[in-house]
Write a protein that binds this ligand. Structure first.
Ligand SMILES: [Ca+2]
Ligand SMILES: [Ca+2]
Length: 230
């Protein structure tokens, strides 16, 4: 009987674990086509079963060191949002619900190597996040960046923002760069870099029949062993 209880316990434990771990994904943008000069515009990007779309016009794909080392760097490709693409909208392609665990964010420009000194005021200072839940309620958060962005040099330009557990069962996630400097064009010029969006499909509830089946199978195994021992 002791063995039966142990087998049942582990069967029930493993079934939901296998389902939840297999559905996590990191959107890295490494498959995007881009170039060394201006970057490449995209209206939307599909990766790993998710769509990352600009809420208007284009977002841009950039590669590390683009321009004359004009952008933020994390050694990989990433996307720029802001100006003509005010926000990003992340959705799951099958209209399923998902959770967001983390996102990497940067100031977009290399602030030590600007094409023009005014460009420092074009760069986002923070990001806001809005999660739209399955019942259409919203959750919100924001993140102020460190203002460090030195291109392909030594300092880390991107920072990772970690979301809490409440950022689950989302229909959509909206990511908006914000420029809170006291300049009249701040609403227009607020470029930010985005990379490594870590998402996971919301766990599919295990139907009671599956739990019963698991427990039943475990019971059969236990009885069989008990029978043969006699
Ligand atoms: Ca990347
Ligand atoms: Ca930074």
């Amino acid at each position: 009987m002791k063995r039966l209880i142990i087998v049942t316990f582990f069967t029930c434990l493993l079934v939901p674990l296998c389902i939840s771990f297999s559905q996590a994904a990191t959107i890295t943008f490494e498959d995007l086509v881009t170039n060394q000069t201006t970057g490449t515009p995209y209206a939307s990007i599909i990766e790993q079963g998710y769509t990352v779309a600009a809420t208007s016009w284009y977002l841009y794909a950039h590669q590390d060191g683009w321009g004359t080392n004009s952008g933020s760097s994390n050694g990989t490709k990433y996307i720029m949002v802001g100006s003509t693409a005010p926000s990003l909208r992340v959705t799951k392609n099958d209209d399923g619900l998902f959770g967001i665990a983390s996102i990497d964010l940067s100031e977009h420009y290399n602030l030590t190597n600007l094409p023009h000194p005014d460009y420092v005021t074009y760069t986002a200072t923070k990001f806001s996040f809005t999660g739209i839940k399955s019942d259409n309620t919203e959750i919100n958060a924001s993140f102020t960046m460190d203002g460090i962005s030195d291109g392909t040099n030594g300092l880390a330009d991107f920072e990772t923002y970690l979301f809490g557990e409440e950022w689950s069962s989302l229909k959509a996630l909206i990511v908006t760069p914000i420029n809170d400097r006291d300049v009249w064009y701040a609403d227009t010029y607020r470029y930010g870099g985005v990379d490594n969006i870590v998402v996971s499909a919301s766990q599919v509830p295990i139907p009671p029949s599956v739990w019963l089946l698991g427990a039943g199978l475990a019971g059969l195994v236990g009885l069989r062993r008990k029978f043969f021992r006699k």
